[in-house]
Ligand binder design. Sequence first.
Ligand code: KDG
Ligand code: MG
Length: 405
Amino acid sequence: MKIQTAEVVVCSPGRNFVTLVLTTDDGLVGVGDATVNGRELAVASYLRDHVAPLLIGRDAHAIEDTWQYLYRGVYWRRGPITMAAIAAVDTALWDLKGQAAGLPLYQLLGGRSRTGIRAYGHAQGQSVGALVDSVHALQEQGFTAVRVQVSTPGLGPGYGVPEQAQIGLYEPARSGAAPAEELWDAGPYLRNMPKVFDSLRSAFGPELSILHDVHHRLTPIQAARLGKSLEEYDPFWLEDLTPAENQQAFRLIRQHTTVPLATGEIFNTVFDYLTLFSEQLIDYARSAVTHAGGITGLKRILELASIHQIKSAIHGPTDISPIGLGAALHLDAAIHNFGIQEFMQHVDSTYDVFDVGYTFEHGQFQPGERPGHGVRFDIEAAKRFPYRQAYLPVSRLLDGTVHDW
Ligand code: KDG
Ligand code: MG
């Protein structure tokens, strides 16, 4: 099974996605996701100009060899663009291998380890009342775990709380526009969050799993304080409390709180986790198939995590395409140390381009029984949704200093 063509498609059905489409000489089509939110064209060029020409004529079954060839063989290893490009190739090759074998991907990864894949949804509100309504709506869809984001009084809508409760709204209206800017101040945020958690526990009782994402905004000691102040409300986890690249910070946080910690959505390789894993500084590893070198790269990370009793929590926002999510679900089904899967829910137009084999019911995913990862990509439909320049917002402190968003 030789790779015959490698095409890169950037489309925007609801938001931007970068998709690699590989065809083989025996007529199979495998697809991979390489979307890097806000830097889509960089990874598209990396794939189109530097990777695709190397793939033509290669044995599509040689997944590990191709992974190492693209990782070690370029000298410039690691980093989000390189690892997303490798991820797309790797995911498309696993898709092809599954199709060639006539087996769903999870079977190639060792078979099922569980009957369903528990997922958490995104609840948000500009007030606690709106947040409670949003959690109720997710419960009605079957979710038993929710990530809660709420505006901080006096700071505008804020992270994770778009003005309208829709996905993809973190986008400037006009091409060429600069990213939107938002305000951040840790003081009111730290005072507000215990009240928010108190209201949520009063409204929903002890059983609901409540997750919260801080998006790298606190200093280590602020993060420690947040953990202590929320501990009595039993959060499922606190995510990205401090900038994740400062791994030593987690030592300080751990000294002060037993709240479970999640991090890693911006990590690309197993090397990013070595300190965090070996010193038992986190409880959930958040990397995506799409950003951590595909199934091959993420499996390596999660296997190392497993020997430290750290669980998976694969990143699943809407800027991961359904291909990235679909591939993740097969890994979720097969690995032993599954924790939870993020499910932010794509808008309807996304499914005009991506035909998914996975299903979601009663708060749980099934990866589906289609051969490969089971997500098909409609190139013709993708043409109806051309790329639109779009960025995440930028965050500033009250005095105008640029902060982590
Ligand atoms: O591209 C960045 C988003 O994926 C990120 O803001 C979402 O933090 C996020 C999450 O946990 O889903
Ligand atoms: Mg996050």
